[in-house]
Design a protein around this ligand. Structure first.
Ligand code: PBG
Length: 324
C-alpha cells in the first residue's frame, strides 16, 4: 500500500465523480449514419447480415433520414444500389441514377439540418464490382477511373450533396475530385477522404447490403492490414490534394492507425465502424453473449479515445438517442 494520495479508485467511487473526470465524451453531432437506398423498392428490405439495417426505398430513406436528424446525428452517408450495372458504372454518373436521385430526396427532406454525404465510388454500379473501370486485361485502370470519379463528383454536387466521400483508393482521386468540383462551380462542396482504407474482411456484410458483384478482392488498391506507415503516407497525400477530413477504415482493428493519423495531422480525423464490426456485435448480442448497448458505447468511446472526432456507425441514430 502506497501513500494515501496514490488511490486512483477515489475518482471512481460514484457515477457523479466518474462523469466529472471522464476524458472522452461522445456527442450525437460527431456520428454519421451510413444509409442504403435501392432503386425500385417500394418497401424497405432487411439485410440479413446487418440486423436492424435495411435497403431503403426512396420513401423510407427520407423518413429514416428525418429521424436521424431528429436524433441529432451530424451526418448521413448515402450508398445507392442500382437495378442495372454495367462495365463502366454509368449509373453512378447518370443524374437519374439512384444515388443522385437519393441525394436530391434527402437534401430536400433535411436541408441543412445535417451534413448530407455520398459515397463516391463505382463499385455499387459496376457489373464486375470493382471500384473502378478495368483495362482489357482485367486490372483496375487508375487514371481512367479518375476521369469517372470527376464526373461522378460533379453529378453528386449538382444533386445538392454537401460532402463527397471518395472511397475507391485510386491514386490521385482527391486531387481530381477537388479540381472537378472547383471547375464546375462547387468550391464549397467538401471532401471526406477515405484516406487509409484497408483490404478488410470486415466489409463482408456491406457487400451483401449493396449486392456487390465482386468476384475476387481489392488488394491491388486497398491497403495491406499489416501496414501502418503506409497509412500516414496515404493520408498526407490526400491532405496535400485537398481532403477536408481524412478517414481511417475499419475502426476497431485499426485504433493504432487512428491514433497515429491524429498525432500527425491537424485536419479532422474520421473513422468508419464498418459493417463487420457492427454485425459481429449484433450477432453476439443476439445470442445473449454480449450486452449490445454496452458494446456499442464501449467501442464508440474507444474509437473516439484513439483520436477520431467523427465516427461513421450503423448505430448512429440509436447511439445519438442514448447520448441525449
Ligand atoms: C466502397 C465502400 C465499401 C465500404 C464503404 N465504401 C466496400 C468495400 O470497399 O469493399 C464498406 C463499409 C462497411 O463495411 O460498412 N464503395
Amino acid at each position: 500500500m502506497g501513500f494515501p494520495q496514490t488511490r486512483p479508485r477515489r475518482l471512481r467511487t460514484s457515477a457523479a465523480v466518474r462523469r466529472l473526470v471522464s476524458e472522452t465524451r461522445l456527442h450525437p453531432a460527431e456520428l454519421i449514419l451510413p444509409m442504403f437506398v435501392k432503386e425500385g423498392l417500394t418497401e424497405p428490405r432487411p439485410i440479413a447480415s446487418l440486423p436492424g439495417i435495411v435497403q431503403h426505398s426512396r420513401e423510407s430513406l427520407r423518413k429514416a433520414a428525418a429521424e436521424a436528424v431528429q436524433a441529432g446525428v451530424g451526418g448521413i452517408m448515402l450508398y445507392g444500389i442500382p437495378t442495372a450495372k454495367d462495365a463502366t458504372g454509368s449509373g453512378g454518373i447518370d443524374p437519374g441514377g439512384i444515388l443522385n436521385v437519393a441525394i436530391r430526396d434527402v437534401v430536400s427532406e433535411v436541408g441543412d439540418a445535417t451534413v448530407v454525404m455520398s459515397d463516391l465510388c463505382l463499385d455499387e454500379f459496376t457489373s464486375h464490382g470493382h471500384c473502378g473501370v478495368l483495362t482489357p486485361d482485367g486490372t483496375v485502370d487508375n487514371d481512367a477511373t479518375l476521369a469517372a470519379y470527376a464526373e461522378m463528383a460533379i453529378a453528386q454536387a449538382a444533386a445538392g450533396v454537401h460532402m463527397v466521400g471518395p472511397s475507391g483508393m485510386m491514386d490521385g482521386q482527391v486531387g481530381v475530385v477537388r479540381q472537378a468540383l472547383d471547375g464546375a462551380g462547387y468550391a464549397d462542396v467538401s471532401i471526406l477522404a477515405y484516406a487509409a482504407k484497408y483490404a478488410s474482411a470486415f466489409y463482408g456484410p456491406f457487400r451483401d447490403a449493396v449486392e456487390s458483384s465482386l468476384d475476387g478482392d481489392r488488394r491491388t488498391y486497398q491497403q495491406d492490414p499489416a501496414n501502418l506507415r503506409e497509412s500516414l503516407r496515404e493520408v498526407e497525400l490526400d491532405v496535400a490534394e485537398g481532403a477536408d477530413i481524412v478517414m481511417v477504415k475499419p475502426a476497431l482493428a485499426y485504433l493504432d492507425v487512428i491514433a497515429a493519423v491524429r498525432d500527425r495531422l491537424d485536419v479532422p480525423v474520421a473513422a468508419y465502424q464498418v459493417s463487420g464490426e457492427y454485425a459481429m456485435a449484433e450477432a453476439a448480442a443476439a445470442n445473449g453473449w454480449l450486452d449490445r448497448e454496452r458494446i456499442m458505447m464501449e467501442t464508440l468511446h474507444s474509437i473516439r479515445r484513439a483520436g477520431a472526432s467523427i465516427i461513421l456507425t450503423y448505430w448512429a441514430t440509436e447511439a445519438a438517442r442514448l447520448l441525449r
